[in-house]
Design a protein around this ligand. Sequence first.
Ligand SMILES: Cc1cc2nc3c(=O)[nH]c(=O)nc-3n(C[C@H](O)[C@H](O)[C@H](O)COP(=O)(O)OP(=O)(O)OC[C@H]3O[C@@H](n4cnc5c(N)ncnc54)[C@H](O)[C@@H]3O)c2cc1C
Length: 248
Amino acid sequence: MTAGEATPSRWHEAEIEKVVRATPRIVSVFLKAPIARHVAGQHLDVRLTAPDGYEAQRSYSIASAPGEARVELLIEKLDDGEVSPYFHEVARAGDTFDVRGPLGGHFIWRAQDGGPVLLVAGGSGIAPLMAIVRDWARERVKVPLLLAYSVRTWEELAFRDELIDLEARHPDFRFIVTTTRGPEHRIGDLHRRLNAASIREILTHWKQAARHVYVCGSNRFVEAVSAGLLDASLPASIIRTERYGGAD
Ligand SMILES: Cc1cc2nc3c(=O)[nH]c(=O)nc-3n(C[C@H](O)[C@H](O)[C@H](O)COP(=O)(O)OP(=O)(O)OC[C@H]3O[C@@H](n4cnc5c(N)ncnc54)[C@H](O)[C@@H]3O)c2cc1C
């Protein structure tokens, strides 16, 4: 930790630098947050305080790479939610709120952990996996990395241009989109839910034996993908999961 950075366990103030629409349902919130350098996969706790003193606290994964000057959070709007609509409807550059972190010691990847690495994201579950992809992209020697990213439609892909560009520049990076409602847009993408059969198909094309697997998304997504990975004969010991809550 360097001078000016806050202790991870203490609440401190973060200022919004900008809010940028990432997809129809997701915004990127860039923070000027004096946090300690994070490890890819970690999250921040966010605390909002109303004028009457009422507080609401939620966790948001860090999508930016470790060491970036600004911290990027990726927040999906839940229409009946208490906290996420604030970031879509109210939050503006210059607003402040409290954060604590970086937190989390299990769902993390460092370059020295090696690979091959399989990342499986559902919706906003791309956030911590994007930090891993971005961290990986800065390494000189690259282990094989495959990102399977499940969304309803092609329009709901966050970081689409960045991921397509990375795939074009790095032969060790594969990026497969699985859409559950819209048609596939590229050769190799799948219009299908992720289950044992589609996971097997993806792994057969990849031709790598994953050494680390990270799955992130809603409860139901993580349950379904974890079951599919085990069915596809991946050992439970290499699978790490992060659940965002919710039913779908
Ligand atoms: C470690 C961690 C990291 C997280 N990182 C992110 C992130 O990077 N981006 C992000 O958008 N969210 C993330 N979440 C989820 C986030 O913390 C909130 O739960 C989410 O934003 C909903 O909060 P809310 O106050 O808007 O909704 P709430 O008022 O808490 O809930 C409203 C309704 O939505 C349901 N619900 C809650 N979460 C979900 C969900 N994920 N999907 C569908 N329905 C849900 C609830 O059951 C409830 O019925 C993370 C959660 C954890 C534990």
